[in-house]
Write a protein that binds this ligand. Structure first.
Ligand code: PEP
Ligand code: MG
Length: 747
């Protein structure tokens, strides 16, 4: 690239910037810019097409084509050469446009006389904003140098578009970031919320795409890249990195040290871009490539490059995580992904959470559930669309997010929230009443918990106690193993907050989907059936013993309830139980006050335990059915796999019959039995389980009201007859019969 071309390019960018600084409407700016570009590139035509909506491009300004076509000519994404540039996010350069495949003749523009065509995308970090085109009569291909120059100009236009420079009332264009957008994702946690976007990682705003002094900019970028390299080396030198983290950082280091990366950015700077704009141009190119790549490994590497560009931008602009922006009212967190500890830091201040990635079983989802915050996962690309403060509706029941919704949508949504609030009020009035059915049977309703933050719900929900306290959450949200004293103090606080109500502490349930960041990951082909839960506890009993000691100390003379997850056979229970008895003995000998009473239970999460010897049922103090796991093994359907997860109905008779058998075995020995899987919190399922003989259910606090309300107005004996009749008639599931019967009941 000659110095002359460089300085011409800089001149053009500077003129662009000056045009922007002028007052006047968006249309006026666009017109002047097309004139400038055509003049500088020595082409007869220069046109700017911008997206009217995500599918439609509109000719917004032109030098050379017929003016009447402006704001009239539109094309769909992929249509014609302009549409192709936008769809593929790459340049189209041809000496004979009409002969090009896909060419679409638009008579209103008068473009038939122009033979050569060069179009480049106007995009900002992967977000399509429009297309910039130059055309001329002479049939010639544009040189690489010209393509490059137009790319740099498009970059500046992208920044300007993003800053709203071209949107005004006079051209009827509204910024893309002002339009309503709908995202469909997966359900992470049910519930609805209305609020304003709070970006976990706010986008870096580049306000100075054009720079006057390239040498200063080059110095800035070299310095920032230098800092970036040092920070990666520091991270790599840190201990306790696992294999995957090291691999990612190695990739970062490779890119950060890549000469090509820095060289390309320096070339862009020599053309007149600021250091920040040069980084974004590279980032945009990487994102565009990312969209085309199928190979998972390459995709990951390209997204590493994307992350790296973000870090570099933050270094250059000084915009760290904290941009000084104030959290809006009713914040709804929007993020690509978020760690459980970070989510906990936000705590209940959030009205909702929307994640581009994430899965039902992710730790963030577990925390969102514990905090009862509506969560939608897997929405894809929302962080590029949303701006801090945008109005947002989160429909966690259907996995839908409305960003900047139309007023009619917002109104309907508010009606739904109001109805839910109304129902909550009704449930609150039942809080102190027992879940006694019309036929006089009382079902004990407890809540599931896992965090200190859950405990206030004990009072508000009317739960009789905590039927399942998932202790692993405390382990998952930290980056190192918690110490015994820390755990003891936490468990003591949980018991204090429970004010004498029973809390069933489940010992550490890790493995499968719950992987501790500080434990060596196990490379297992099928972790759900692998080395998890009590299997880890028994093979490496150090943590189990430490946890039991912490529980005994926390109880400090109060009654204590411990249960073991994933017991598959009697001997596992015996062994786990003997650890507890040994620790009791040891703690007593160390002078600690033993619990006034200790209950030791087992979770029934694998079908095999239902067929354990009678001696097991006699020895165990209580059994809690972990229906989430039990169902996945009973139906051989992965609970994390959306495709099969909902395929098998809990009210399917095979499963209900099985539950009935477990109830019968417990009745035979007088063993206390409860159910603590998610199904216990769904009213119809809760009703069916109670009809099959369960007298104790544990669920999310928010489910207690609806479950209690239904149980209190139901005759369980009649419900049982409905179920039995459906079973006898050969129906596959009790659901339909129960629903029909319920619909006939007086309100
Ligand atoms: C279950 O499996 O039903 C259960 C309650 O445990 P978790 O969901 O924590 O595996
Ligand atoms: Mg389980």
């Amino acid at each position: 690239m000659s110095e002359r071309t460089e300085s011409e390019s800089r001149k053009l960018l500077r003129r662009l910037r000056d045009t922007l600084a002028t007052t006047g409407g968006g249309q006026d700016r666009l017109d002047r810019i097309t004139h400038l570009i055509a003049d500088s590139m020595k082409t007869e035509v220069c046109s700017i097409y911008l997206f009217r909506d995500p599918e439609t491009l509109e000719l917004c300004a032109t030098e050379g084509l017929k003016k009447e076509a402006v704001h009239q000519t539109r094309m769909k994404l992929g249509e014609g050469l302009v549409g192709r540039v936008a769809r593929t996010n790459s340049a189209v350069n041809t000496a004979n446009a009409p002969a090009e495949k896909g060419f679409r003749y638009m008579p209103e523009t008068g473009e038939e006389i122009y033979s050569s065509f060069l179009g480049v995308p106007i995009q900002r970090v992967g977000e399509k904003l429009g297309v910039l085109v130059v055309q001329s009569k002479t049939a010639r291909s544009f040189s690489d140098d010209e393509i490059y120059a137009l790319d740099v100009v498009a970059m500046v236009l992208a920044e300007m578009t993003e800053l709203g420079a071209f949107t005004s009332d006079d051209n009827g264009m509204s910024a893309l970031h002002r339009q309503p957008a709908l995202f469909r994702g997966g359900i992470g946690q049910e519930g609805s919320a209305e609020g304003h976007v709070w970006l976990h990682e706010p986008r870096v705003v580049v306000t100075n795409p054009v720079a006057d002094d390239p040498l200063t900019e080059i110095e800035r970028i070299r310095e920032a890249v230098g800092q970036l390299r040092v920070s990666i080396d520091d991270l790599l030198a840190a201990q306790s990195l696992d294999k995957d983290q090291v691999q990612v950082l190695e990739a970062y280091r490779m890119f950060a040290n890549s000469r090509g990366w820095l060289r390309r950015m320096e070339e862009d700077i020599m053309r007149g871009l600021s250091a920040e704009a040069a980084v974004e141009k590279e980032q945009s190119a990487a994102r565009a490539r990312l969209e085309q790549v199928e190979d998972a490994y390459l995709r990951e590497r390209l997204s590493d490059l994307d992350d790296l560009s973000n870090r570099l931008l933050r270094l250059l602009t000084g915009q760290g995580q904290d941009t000084g922006a104030e959290m809006p009212e009713n914040p709804v967190l929007v993020a690509r992904n978020i760690g459980p500890a970070e989510l906990l830091d936000y705590g209940r201040s959030l009205k909702g959470v929307v994640l581009e990635e994430g899965s039902v079983g992710s730790h963030a989802a577990i925390v969102a559930r514990a905090l009862a915050i509506p969560l939608v996962i897997n929405t894809g690309r929302i962080t590029a669309e949303a701006l801090n403060g945008d109005h947002i509706l989160v429909d966690g029941d259907q996995g839908i997010v409305h960003l900047r919704p139309e007023e009619t949508v917002a109104r309907a949504f508010r009606d739904k929230i109001a109805m839910q609030a109304e129902a909550q009020k009704r449930y609150a009035s039942l809080r102190k009443l027992p879940a006694t059915t019309l036929c006089g049977k009382t079902i004990s309703l407890s809540m599931n918990a896992g965090l200190m933050a859950d405990l206030p719900s004990l009072e508000g929900s009317g739960a009789e106690g905590v039927g399942l306290f998932r202790t692993e959450l405390q382990f998952l949200i930290r980056n190192k193993m918690p110490r015994r004293a820390e755990l003891a103090s936490l468990y003591a606080r949980v018991m204090d907050a429970a004010k004498g109500k029973r809390v069933a502490f489940r010992t550490l349930d890790i493995g499968s989907d719950k992987v501790l960041p500080y434990m060596k990951p196990q490379d297992e082909p099928n972790p759900a059936m692998g080395w998890r839960a009590i299997r880890v506890g028994l093979d490496k009993p150090g943590v189990l013993r430490m946890q039991v000691q912490a529980l005994i100390r926390a109880a400090n003379g109060r009654p204590l309830t411990v249960m073991f997850p994933f017991i598959t056979e009697f001997s596992e229970f015996q062994e786990a139980r003997s650890h507890v008895l040994r620790e009791l003995h040891r703690e007593r000998s160390l002078g600690h006050v033993p619990p006034a009473k200790i209950e030791i239970g087992a979770m029934l999460e694998t079908p095999s335990l239902a067929y354990a010897p009678k001696a097991f049922f006699e020895l165990v103090d209580f059994i809690s059915i972990g229906g989430n796991d039990l169902k996945q093994f009973f139906f051989a359907a992965d609970r994390e796999n959306e495709r099969v997860r909902r395929r098998y109905d809990t009210l399917n008779f095979s499963f209900l019959n099985f539950i009935e058998q477990i109830v019968a075995r417990c009745n035979e020995t007088g063993t206390a039995l409860s159910y603590c899987g998610e199904d216990a919190g769904r009213p119809i399922e809760a009703l069916a389980l109670s009809a099959m003989g369960l007298r104790s259910l544990s669920m999310r606090p928010a489910s207690i009201g609806p479950v209690k309300a239904l149980l209190r107005k139901t005759n369980l004996d009649e419900a049982k007859s409905v179920i039995v009749a459906a079973r006898d008639s050969g129906e596959p599931s009790a659901r339909q019969a129960l629903m029909n019967w319920l619909a006939e009941q007086p309100n």
